[in-house]
Every structure is written in structure tokens, then in C-alpha cells.
Write a protein that binds this ligand. Structure first.
Ligand code: HEC
Ligand code: HEC
Length: 326
């Protein structure tokens, strides 16, 4: 499909715009990242220097992760915060704010994301080899973690949640210490990887989710709902996720994602929930499904009450309440 072709996103024009917007900072950016860059790096940059770049990127990432664990999480002043704010000077006020934001986003992406997601966002970064699950191919623009109906693009809030919280049980880190504006910028930039983002019919407001029922917190009432949830699970989920939730149902081995790669069903007993472990997070996953994977949306097939019963069952699975699980 041409809309998915990374080559069709007008890369050349954007490159020029980005370089113009960044000016001297552009040089600084590539000097800092050391990663290959189509716009300004030497095409023959030798491999040693490239690996230095990756190592520098990782050191930075570790610093960010450490900062994220401290009490100052999210405040400016982390290494990645270096560039934030310095684009708001009067001399930049006349520039197109979107081009400006994309340029900043590209910078943030090259420092924090290329090693896995690849320079073009195609998921083929240097560290991606053998990684499971694979880094998402952002040029396909099909997103697992959404509050929007199946088939729609995610909202900015959905992307922000993924980038700041990371994805438990995968290599996708939590960028909790990245300043807000850097996150907004990188979200703006990742939308340049696919033309799907220009298609208004793929945009949709978030689904209005009901508040969690009060019985979820009631130890007397909950077991009955867990029992109903178990029955619903056997009928609707066990074929893929397996009788005990370990991801070994009869249909599991043959499952593929929309790129034709194996897509094993999630092991629901690890205590790691990719999209967050609050009941509302699981309710969202069940309601909107995970696009690009075989995990369907049950928003139409199952009523609100049934979905909450299923959530209570999932949270009753053995490992779900282990400490450290998210
Ligand atoms: C160390 C590797 C790594 C780095 C660095 C990384 N990611 Fe990821 N990312 C992943 C993996 C792996 C997945 C897929 C996880 C899955 O499918 O369960 C992913 C998934 C995603 C998704 C897809 C979510 C969805 O709804 O399908 C987005 C968006 C994303 N990453 C953005 C970013 C951004 C932005 C950065 C940089 C700020 C970044 N990632 C840095 C490994 C990485
Ligand atoms: C056709 C197979 C299939 C069916 C049926 C199915 N799932 Fe899934 N499910 C998957 C796959 C595959 C994934 C992993 C997607 C990924 O991360 O790539 C998944 C992921 C999930 C996740 C995400 C876990 C997380 O970390 O957030 C939850 C929760 C889940 N399924 C629950 C259910 C429930 C409950 C049902 C039944 C109502 C169900 N699934 C039915 C295939 C299926």
C-alpha cells in the first residue's frame, strides 16, 4: 500500500525544512547523536563512530532511566532536557510552529528512539535484531495501545502514555524524565512516518469508557464477578490465550500480525500488562483491541458488564498482583 511506504512521505522536502529550521543546531544534533543522518551526516561515516553514537545514546538512556526513578522525575535539567526551551527565542517566533516542532521531534527521536525504531521509523534500528517483541514499525502507523475504536489512529494522549510509561514486558523504555515539550515534539515527528496521519477518516475521538464498578473494590461481591469472567474467558479468549492464560491456546501457534510475522498471544499470568495494570487499562484493551495484532476488539461483542467481569478475572490470575508488576 502506498500509504505505508516510508519513501512516499516527502522525506526530501521535510529534510530541507528541518535543516533550515534547525540551522546550526542541526550540526550540533548530528555531532551529539553520532548516528547516521540522511540530511547532514557524512554518508561514509565509519562504523566505529556509529557504534560510539549508539553507546552514547544508551548511556544517555540509562541516565534518563535513573533520573526517572528519583524523586525529581519529570523535571527539566536531565540530559535530554538540554535542548528544550532554547527554540522559543524571538528569532524563531516567525517560523512555522509545526516545522519547528517536527525538527525538535526529529532531534529527540534521533537521540532516544532510532537505536530501536530505526532512522526511518521502520523498526529496524541497530538494537532491534533479535528483540522480542520487535520495535514497532511506525511507518505502518497501526497502533496497539489506543483509546480509539479498532482501526483508528491513537490520540496524542495514547501516544504520550506509551512514551512516558513504556511498555511492560518489552524493551520499550519509559521516558518519564523527558520534558513535556520533547514528548509533544517526538509525537509530532513520528506522525511524519506515515501518510495515514493525513487521512481524516482514520482519526476518531476516544471511546467514552464507563467508570470502574464499585464491586471491584468489594471483596464480598467480587468473587461472583470473577466466576462469570472465567466463563466468558473460556468462551471468548481461551482459544488463543489458553485455559490457564499462559498464551498456549490451540489457535496460538498459527497467529500472525498484519505484517505476517508470528504474533504469540500475551501470557496473562506474568503480572506484566503492556498497557498498564489498572482495571481501566485492561478494560480499554478489551474494548478497543490491539491493532495490527490478532487481539480483537470486544467493544461490540461483549457488553460493558461482561467486560468488567473479564477484567476482574484477569486481575485474579496468579501473578497479576506480584510486586513490581505494572
Ligand atoms: C530499547 C528499544 C526502544 C527504544 C529506545 C524505544 N522504543 Fe518504542 N518500542 C520498542 C518496542 C520493542 C516496542 C513494541 C512493544 C510491543 O509491541 O509490545 C515499541 C513500541 C513503540 C510504540 C508503539 C505503541 C503502539 O501503540 O503500538 C511507540 C509509539 C513507540 N514505541 C515510540 C517510541 C519513541 C517515541 C521512542 C523514543 C522517545 C521509543 N519508542 C524508543 C522499543 C523501543
Ligand atoms: C485471536 C486470538 C485472540 C483472542 C480470541 C483473544 N486474544 Fe488477547 N491477545 C492476543 C494476542 C496475539 C495478544 C498480544 C498482542 C501483542 O502484544 O502483540 C493479546 C493481548 C491481550 C492482552 C494485552 C495484555 C497486556 O499486556 O496489556 C489482554 C489483556 C488480552 N489479550 C486479553 C484477552 C481477553 C480477555 C480475551 C477474550 C475476551 C482475548 N484476549 C481474546 C490474541 C487473542
Amino acid at each position: 500500500m502506498t500509504e505505508d511506504d516510508p519513501g512516499s512521505t516527502g522525506e526530501g522536502t521535510k529534510d530541507f525544512a528541518v535543516r533550515t529550521a534547525l540551522g546550526t543546531e542541526w550540526e550540533e544534533c548530528t555531532a551529539l547523536t553520532g548516528l547516521q543522518d540522511p540530511g547532514c551526516a557524512q554518508p561514509q561515516r565509519d562504523r566505529v563512530q556509529r557504534y560510539h553514537g549508539v553507546i552514547r545514546g544508551w548511556l544517555l538512556w540509562v541516565l534518563v532511566a535513573v533520573a526517572g526513578c528519583g524523586p525529581q522525575a519529570g523535571t527539566a535539567g536531565t540530559p535530554s532536557a538540554g535542548r528544550t526551551g532554547d527554540t522559543a527565542g524571538p528569532e524563531t517566533a516567525a517560523r512555522d510552529p509545526r516545522v519547528e516542532l517536527e525538527a525538535q521531534g526529529r532531534y529527540v527521536f534521533e537521540r532516544n528512539c532510532v537505536a530501536c525504531h530505526g532512522r526511518w521509523g521502520d523498526g529496524r534500528g541497530e538494537l532491534a535484531v533479535g528483540m522480542a517483541p520487535r520495535p514497532s514499525n511506525l511507518t505502518r502507523a497501526r497502533f496497539k495501545f489506543r483509546s480509539t475504536p479498532s482501526g483508528s489512529l491513537p490520540t496524542d494522549e495514547d501516544l504520550r502514555r506509551v512514551v512516558t510509561l513504556g511498555i511492560a514486558g518489552s524493551s520499550m523504555p519509559a521516558f518519564a524524565a523527558l520534558p513535556d515539550r520533547d514528548i509533544t515534539a517526538v509525537i509530532t515527528y513520528l506522525k511524519t512516518f506515515s501518510r495515514r496521519w493525513d487521512n481524516p477518516s482514520l482519526k476518531s475521538p476516544p471511546v467514552a469508557f464507563p467508570a470502574p464498578p464499585s464491586w471491584l473494590e468489594d471483596p464480598e461481591a467480587r468473587p461472583e464477578h470473577v466466576r462469570k469472567g472465567r466463563e466468558l474467558y473460556r468462551a471468548n479468549c481461551a482459544s488463543c490465550h489458553g485455559d490457564t492464560g499462559r498464551g498456549d491456546g490451540p489457535a496460538a501457534a498459527a497467529l500472525e500480525d498484519d505484517a505476517g510475522k508470528p504474533a504469540p498471544p500475551h501470557d496473562l499470568t506474568t503480572g506484566l500488562w503492556k498497557s498498564g495494570r489498572d482495571p481501566a487499562d485492561l478494560f480499554r484493551t478489551l474494548s478497543t483491541g490491539m491493532d495490527g495484532t490478532p487481539m480483537p476488539s470486544f467493544g461490540d461483542a461483549l457488553g460493558v458488564g461482561d467486560r468488567w467481569d473479564l477484567v476482574s478475572f484477569l486481575l485474579s490470575l496468579p501473578a497479576a498482583s506480584q510486586p513490581g508488576a505494572r
